[in-house]
Design a protein around this ligand. Structure first.
Ligand SMILES: *Cc1c(COP(=O)(O)O)cnc(C)c1O
Length: 482
């Protein structure tokens, strides 16, 4: 694989119907003009097309193969949602398109989508109101934590701490910290929150408790009623990290369980894939007592059925995003929810949980599953024994999977399991795919016993082998020797 620069040949260029006239530029101040050449490669059109086509083939995506990346929900994403998002009436709508007084409004359709989407999410989660503005899961957490802070400040409560169990997603303590709270960590017991540890840690200064459910072990929290009661006693708000809502859709409504805040990742559960650096959306739902603090703007509907944006919410935490969040992602999720309906969404979580438990059961014979009991949408296995006995670590197994054509699972996360590999099959993979994955992973584990060196040498089929990832990110050197 060579770089576009090494393919450059002086004088080679694309085909122009007519040579562009290069007039001297005289309207820019002299200081802004480039002195030397921009050092662009000289290539024909075909060279360029082939170069980028070759690169695109090296790109790994869920459209190409299985992607069991725990915590990231890389599931098949239906193409019809892309078509909906590309409809020109939506795609070409500028966020500053004026709202015309008295109807005939060019933004009415978009506002209706946002309004209805908020109602859908309320119905799905049992919360009382939603904001669609946050642009990622972690951004939703920050929004939620800021609302918790605003609630307590408004009531005159002196609250400084947020409690996070050690099985929470790493973004939870980070978001609480950025919102100005001191983070108190509590140890989980038997893989889930221990109400006794929570009772010992919670006090009058506790502003809230942030829970990831299912937690990062893929386990459901069984002590929700005790946890809710403990929070209520000290007026601490209860936060539900619902990034992985595909585990509970149609089964549990977060609001009914007593939570005050929830964020959901539309780019995991509702059509858009997570990862890949694309835009995301992390709407946040709240219970009645947090409604005044929701970000602005809010979408309203009057009695005549007209939609508008309202900004007059004096207790609001203000703006958290430019305009209205990532509307295109909201639109895809809206289409997905309408298409699947109540029954379809329930089947999503049933299939996700079934697929994870099927894989867990099959893998439990060949690799250690530290909490080997019914999981939700994902589970964690450990390569600790192989690491000790054969010096084959989770990293080596992940690299060997690349050679078999898979994206690696999430590794070394959660931190509470040694040599962790976190696997999420998602609701959209067939049994054939899961069986093939088991067979390939079994091959790797067998090889680790007989020829550990061969596993440590992987990957051998890719353009690059093992990189120093820190160095590669901070001091990238591009060479043609790949
Ligand atoms: C993915 C995820 C997040 C963070 O979402 P981003 O959109 O990546 O910021 C938070 N919590 C959990 C449990 C997640 O799986």
């Amino acid at each position: 694989m060579s770089t576009v620069f090494s393919k450059s040949r002086p004088g080679r260029e694309g085909v122009w119907p007519e040579k562009p006239k290069t007039e001297p530029i005289d309207f820019l101040p002299g200081g802004l003009l480039r002195e030397g050449s921009p050092r662009l490669p000289s290539l024909s059109e075909l060279d360029v097309v082939r170069h980028f086509t070759e690169l695109s083939r090296k790109n790994y995506g869920v459209d190409g193969n299985f992607y069991p990346l725990g915590s990231c929900t890389m599931k098949y994403n239906p193409k019809f949602t892309e078509e909906v998002a590309a409809l020109p009436g939506f795609a070409r709508l500028h966020p500053l398109t004026p709202q015309l007084p008295g109807g005939g409004d060019m933004t009415a359709g978009a506002l209706e989508v946002m309004y209805e989407m908020e109602r859908f999410l309320c119905e799905i989660t049992g919360m009382d109101a939603f904001t669609l503005h946050p642009m990622a899961g972690a951004h939703g957490e920050l929004t939620g934590a800021l609302m918790i802070a605003a609630y307590h400040a408004d009531k005159g409560n002196k609250k400084t701490k947020i409690i996070c169990p050690d099985s929470a997603h790493g973004t939870n303590p980070a978001s609480a910290h950025i919102a100005g709270f001191e983070v108190v960590s509590i140890a989980s017991k038997d893989g889930i929150i221990d109400p006794e540890a929570l009772a010992a840690a919670i006090d009058d200064e506790t502003a809230g408790v942030m829970m990831t459910v299912p937690n990062t072990l893929g386990l459901f929290e069984r002590h929700l009623p005790e946890i809710v009661a403990l929070c209520r006693k000290v007026d601490a708000l209860l936060y539900y990290d619902g990034a992985n809502l595909n585990a509970i859709l149609g089964k549990l409504r977060v609001g009914d369980a007593g939570f005050d805040v929830v964020h959901v990742n539309l780019h995991k559960t509702f059509a858009t894939p997570h990862g890949g650096g694309g835009p995301g959306s992390g709407p946040v739902g709240v219970s009645q007592r947090l409604i005044p603090y929701l970000p602005i703007s809010r979408v309203t509907r009057d009695e005549a059925g007209r939609y508008s944006l309202s900004y007059d919410h004096p207790k609001s935490i203000g703006y958290v995003a430019p305009f209205y969040g990532n509307f295109g992602i909201v639109l895809r999720a809206y289409a997905y929810i309408l298409r699947l309906g109540r029954e379809g969404l329930t089947r999503v979580s049933e299939a996700a949980v079934l697929a994870a438990n099927y894989l867990r059961k099959r893998l439990a014979d060949v690799i250690e599953v530290p909490y080997d009991r019914t999981c939700m949408h994902e589970f964690v296995v450990s390569a600790a024994r192989l690491a000790t006995e054969k010096n084959v670590r989770a990293l080596d197994i992940a690299k060997a999977l690349l050679d078999k054509g898979y994206h690696a699972p999430t590794i070394y996360f959660p931190l509470i399991i040694k040599e962790a590999l976190m696997i999420e099959p998602t609701e959209t993979e067939s049994k054939d795919t899961l069986d093939a994955f088991v067979a390939d992973l079994c091959d790797i584990l067998a090889l680790a016993e007989t020829d550990p060196e061969a596993v440590r040498a992987c990957p051998t089929t890719l353009p690059v082998g093992r990189l120093d990832e820190t160095h590669a990110a901070r001091a990238m050197e591009i060479t043609d020797d790949l």
